[in-house]
Design a protein around this ligand. Structure first.
Ligand SMILES: [Zn+2]
Length: 199
């Protein structure tokens, strides 16, 4: 089971898992993967196919409903924090985010705010964009070091600690900026640069 979404969507994934657990034992249904597709939550379910075509139809529609509910609820839910969100369309990718976390998509695409769902036929240029998690991460670290995205948003969304953000930004050559230089942040950086000071 692979869960590749921000923690704002964990309750949606959990809801899908609970529904899946209530399906007939013979189906052996289990969540294979939860990720995002064009900004929406996608729930991939593995099953054993039943023998009768009647039960197969029943299985297909039941699992389809679970997937649809997850997708529709994700359309209103910030992937970073779980509060009310909407589709934010960036130049490079789209995400469901609340006002506070909207900065994560970076520079906005001209279509941002004009559509609530990316339609395959009407917006193929948005629909068929690659969703490379590593590229996105690298951009988020860069945006953090440039002061576009606050630390708490980065740690929320990527589910990592502050030290990891510093490491990643330094490794990528961005520097830490230390715009939010509270004593705790400074201590973390000093320890990172000089491990012998750790206590
Ligand atoms: Zn949010």
């Amino acid at each position: 089971m692979k869960i590749d979404v921000g923690r704002g969507w964990y309750p949606l994934v959990l809801d899908a898992v609970l529904k899946i657990s209530q399906l007939p034992d013979a189906w052996n249904a289990r969540l294979r993967r939860a990720d995002r597709m064009h900004g929406l939550l996608r729930v991939d379910v593995a099953v054993n196919l039943p023998d009768s075509s009647e039960e197969l139809g029943d299985q297909t529609s039941t699992i389809g409903a679970i997937q649809r509910i997850a997708r529709v609820v994700s359309m209103m839910t910030c992937e970073a924090c779980g509060r009310d969100g909407r589709l934010r369309i960036g130049v490079r990718r789209s995400r469901m985010l609340c006002e506070d976390h909207a900065c994560l998509v970076g520079e906005r695409h001209p279509m941002d705010g004009l559509v609530s769902e990316i339609d395959r036929d009407r917006h193929p240029e948005l629909y068929f964009r690659a969703e490379d998690a590593d590229v996105e991460k690298a951009e988020i670290f860069r945006m953090w070091s440039e002061g576009i995205v606050p630390m708490r948003v980065v740690t929320d969304f990527l589910r990592i600690g502050r030290t990891d953000v510093y490491h990643a930004a330094l490794e990528a050559g961005h520097g830490t900026g230390l715009r939010e230089a509270d004593p705790e942040e400074v201590r973390i950086v000093i320890e990172m640069l000089d491990p012998s000071r750790r206590h």
